[in-house]
Design a protein around this ligand. Structure first.
Ligand code: MN
Length: 389
């Protein structure tokens, strides 16, 4: 496994507590925010976007608290409005993330401002935050639906104002990998600021677009745990971190062995169940049922897993699930682990019962033990070779 040549490292900017909490019907308690932030900080993400301080007193308090309690760079969101920038600064963040709509549809029907006003206000907000001595990130919201020439005009203006980071948000999830990569290359050519990318999963392309953005020159990806966020959500931390580490052989700085623990924490706090087939953190991510796959995995897990990503790497465990697709190898393994010493015929007999039972219900270890008793499988201590045939 040699290093790949696309990129060597990439920073992770986590927005679980900001865009993630904007998931419909999701609200984190103060304690949940603190615990999520502490875990993310210990795991080594580069930045935590802790919230939108001007939004409410409670949000302001939570952001201040996280800024004070963690070592990680804490970021606060702000519109291009003095009061928003001041609230973020007062909350004690290390980075102010200020944003303005740049697409015509949002300028007309959301922000109600002209292009000229947006440029002027964006420059003013960047200067105000820079004057306070913090890092500043600027987002041209809805960048992927913004007129190309105007996007460059805005980016050059905030770059002249000294912005440190330019985030290119695919706010409505309409980017495709090739187009998004081209956009990042174009933007990179018009600024000295560092680039990060914020992608949404409306078409299931959030992780792919984020990684293409990094291939094209971005140095940071905005993510959320379990991919929660507006509508279909953001690029998932677990997906892009593991893809960067395992497929690109790149360094994210993140302790991947706590990914499963982090996912469970956010699953509970967000009240958004993780689907079983969710990459990396779903219950099925390292589970096998079908006979051929399970037999292969018992011999060598690389046969039917990525190989470059193991359950150990993300703090999970491999599972051999028993059901209608089960083969004898899984049944033998489960019986042996449970203290039985089955003959080949007994394994086949128990497997038949497992498959029949699995056709319309889940097969538990209690079921397997019952089948073993029915078949008359000996346990190891009472096993007398060849006596039961
Ligand atoms: Mn977003």
């Amino acid at each position: 496994m040699g290093a790949t040549d696309e990129f060597d490292d990439v920073r992770i900017f986590d927005t679980t507590l900001r865009d993630g909490e904007q998931s419909p019907r999701t609200s984190f308690s103060y304690e949940e925010k603190r615990e999520i932030a502490a875990t993310l900080s210990e795991m080594g993400v580069a930045v935590i976007e802790a919230g939108f301080p001007v939004n409410s007193d409670a949000e302001f308090e939570a952001v201040s608290d996280i800024a004070a309690a963690t070592d990680v760079t804490t970021c606060g969101l702000a519109r291009v409005v003095d009061g928003d920038v001041d609230a973020a600064l007062d909350a004690g963040v290390d980075m102010v993330h200020t944003f303005a709509s740049t697409s015509d549809v949002q300028l007309e029907d959301s922000m109600h401002a002209t292009r000229e006003e947006v440029v002027e206000r964006s420059v003013a907000a960047v200067e105000r935050a820079k004057d306070a001595g913090v890092d500043v990130m600027f987002s041209p919201m809805d960048a992927t639906r913004t007129d190309g020439a105007f996007l460059i005009e805005v980016i050059e203006a905030v770059s002249d104002a000294g912005v440190d980071w330019i985030n290119i948000p695919d706010t409505c999830g309409v980017a495709t990998p090739r187009r998004f990569g081209d956009l990042i290359e174009t933007v990179t050519a018009h600024t000295d600021a560092r680039i990060d990318v914020h992608t949404h999963d409306d078409f299931g392309l959030a992780a792919g677009n984020a990684l293409t953005g990094v291939e094209a020159g971005a140095s940071q990806m905005q993510v959320s745990v379990n991919g929660i966020g507006e509508r279909a959500g953001n690029a998932a931390l677990e997906e892009v971190v593991m893809a960067a580490e395992s497929l690109y052989d790149a360094d994210t700085g993140v302790d991947t062995t706590r990914i499963t623990e982090l996912s469970r924490l956010v699953e509970q706090a967000s009240d958004m169940p993780v689907p079983a087939n969710k990459p990396v953190v779903g219950d099925n991510a390292f589970s096998h049922e079908s006979g051929i796959h399970a037999a292969g995995v018992i011999e060598n897990s690389d046969t039917f897993e990525p190989g470059v990503m193991t359950p150990e790497m993300v703090g999970a465990e491999r599972q051999l699930v028993l059901g209608k697709h089960t083969g004898t190898h899984s049944v033998r393994q489960r019986l042996t682990e449970d203290g039985y010493a089955p003959t080949d015929d007994e394994v086949r007999a128990v497997t038949r019962r497992v498959k029949d039972h699995g056709a319309d219900s889940r097969v538990t270890m209690e079921d397997v033990r019952r089948f073993a008793e029915e078949v008359g499988v000996d346990t190891e201590d009472e096993h007398e070779p060849e006596a039961t045939l």
